[in-house]
Design a protein. Structure first.
Length: 141
């Protein structure tokens, strides 16, 4: 098993190097905005033998007048050959620890139905599926 390190992304170039882990190609403008926006966190996992990131997690602090601040685990991605090596669990634990450090009252994530790999990573990092959510979406042209 390889060892790995997790570091906060600080540049658009670092995010672009992780492009294969994202759903669609990284856009430099959006990556730059994410990296500089207050309360936005992007962490990259590096395996010893790989120059490019093998995983990432993003989290966003959300605040509401009657609830305070919570951490939204926005997205998690781990390259297929590196799954089931504790990288996903370690990545999920980072925004959770950061949320505690920042005074958030909790953390949450939406996971697609049938995404057993993501559910396993979240559960192994201490999360629980309460089975009570439905997702309603809007797409804007």
């Amino acid at each position: 098993m390889s060892s790995f390190a997790i570091r906060r992304a600080g540049t658009v170039a670092e995010v672009a190097a992780a492009e294969c882990l994202f759903d669609i190609p990284v856009r430099a403008e959006w990556a730059g905005r994410f990296l500089t926006a207050a309360g936005h966190h992007l962490l990259l996992a590096y395996a010893d033998e790989e120059p490019a990131p093998v995983g990432f997690v993003s989290g966003v602090e959300t605040i509401h007048p009657d609830k305070g601040t919570e951490m939204f685990l926005y997205e998690l991605g781990v390259a297929e050959p590196y799954r089931r090596r504790d990288i996903g669990r370690a990545l999920v634990r980072r925004p959770a620890a950061l949320g505690r450090e920042l005074g958030c009252y909790g953390m949450w994530v939406l996971v697609d139905t049938g995404n057993d790999v993501a559910l396993a990573a979240c559960r192994s990092a201490g999360g629980r599926d309460d089975g009570t959510c439905a997702v309603v979406t809007w797409e804007f042209p």
